[in-house]
Design a protein around this ligand. Structure first.
Ligand code: SF4
Length: 378
């Protein structure tokens, strides 16, 4: 199997079938970086509105570096894996401080930034800077494991090394690609060829980014985890898994951890139309987010009301069920810790501006539909 043949088929296919996504219309390293971080563990359809909102709010590295943590978390609210947002924020400050506000084009300098690993560095270098750097994410690993018939667990260090090498071999040949006159798009209708070339934006070394995106795109839209559409795949003539009837068995991803049911409580304590929230501790899971307390804080008197909502939410391997109850403030204040209180009484409208954990955002939606909560809030 020739890397060059695979490359031609992939590019030709991508030119015709690649989705028109907002981050594919730019070469701005900051925008590519934001999109790649958002796309980790998250579907394209979910990311698109977040990406647009994020860029409206933080159009440059500088604007992100200047923002406070609460504003950053608010923009990321609902996207999950919040460490990504915190790292993006910290890295933006680092880029301003150490690189004059420009994302560096060297692998070592990128890897030194918070939240940028081998995959993200490869994506930024190849897509934004046109460097022949490979990328291996879940989609690429699946395509390569099937294409080359790799039966071992793709998460093992040995197979990972092999996948990166294979991806490097594919993207490496992109550097020495022939001139524009070579019929890379010979499968594309003649009338579409101009558009295809435009889309691929062929300019010599910029090619590696397109190749990487076409591999990722193939994994996302054709070589999907379940029921790959091999009849629509540009690589079907090369595919070892297809030839061996092993597409359902590959990639081998080992055993998944079983999901765990976690039950939680939330208490909505109302006082003159305001509800009590607390800021989560500054380290640990969901740090910096606001939430409703699980129980009445010490030193406060309150009358417990009835259950107003039961919501379900999944995070990684946890299935969380939150039961929310109404509470009515009778007296006392929540305890202060240090100079800055972790507690706040807020109107429901204020919660729109604050980063609130998603399960409790759902609780709020349900509670407002309940007459009990409405009368509490009134
Ligand atoms: S032929 Fe099927 S299994 Fe092989 S790479 Fe294409 S979609 Fe994936």
């Amino acid at each position: 199997m020739q890397p060059r043949q695979i490359q031609k088929k992939l590019l030709s296919w991508f030119a015709r079938h690649g989705r028109d996504l907002p981050w594919r219309r730019t070469r701005d390293p900051y925008r590519i970086w934001v999109s790649e971080i958002m796309l980790q563990q998250t579907q394209v359809a979910t990311v698109v509105p977040y990406y647009r909102r994020w860029l409206r709010r933080f159009p440059s590295v500088q604007s992100l570096a200047r923002a406070n943590t609460e504003a950053v978390l608010k923009q990321w609210e609902g996207l999950g894996y919040y460490r990504r947002a915190r790292n993006l924020h910290a890295a933006a400050r680092e880029v301003v401080r150490r690189h004059g506000g420009r994302l560096p084009a060297e692998r070592a300098a990128l890897l030194a930034l918070p939240g940028i690993g081998r995959y993200t560095a490869g994506a930024i270098l190849s897509i934004a800077f046109g460097r022949p750097e490979p990328v291996v994410d879940g989609n690429v690993a699946r395509v390569l494991a099937r294409l080359f018939g790799i039966r071992q667990n793709v998460k093992s260090a040995r197979v990972q090394r092999r996948l990166w090498k294979l991806a490097g071999g594919l993207v490496g040949v992109a550097e020495g690609m022939p001139s524009k006159s070579e019929p890379v798009f010979k499968h594309v209708r003649r009338s579409d060829q101009k558009q295809a070339w435009k889309f691929v934006a062929w300019r010599g070394k910029e090619h590696p980014g397109i190749l990487n995106q076409s591999l990722m795109e193939l994994g996302a839209t054709v070589c999907t985890p379940r029921r790959p559409r091999c009849d629509a795949c540009p690589l079907h003539t090369f595919c070892v898994a297809l030839r061996r009837g092993a597409t359902a068995r590959l990639p081998n991803i080992g055993r998944r951890a079983p999901s765990r049911l976690v039950r939680q409580r939330a208490l909505l304590i109302w006082r003159d139309g305001r509800v009590l929230i607390r800021r989560r501790p500054s380290d640990g899971l969901l740090c910096g987010f606001w939430e409703f307390p699980k129980r009445k804080p010490g030193g406060m008197q309150c009358l417990n009301g009835r259950r107003v909502a039961t919501v379900r939410h999944s995070v990684m391997s946890q299935r969380i069920v939150v039961e929310a109850f109404d509470g009515h403030w009778l007296g006392g204040e929540p305890p202060r810790q240090g100079r800055r209180s972790r507690w706040r009484w807020v109107r429901p409208a204020d919660l729109e501006r604050l980063p609130l954990i998603v399960a409790h955002r759902k609780v709020l939606g349900h509670a407002y539909r309940s007459p009990s909560a409405q009368s509490s809030a009134a």
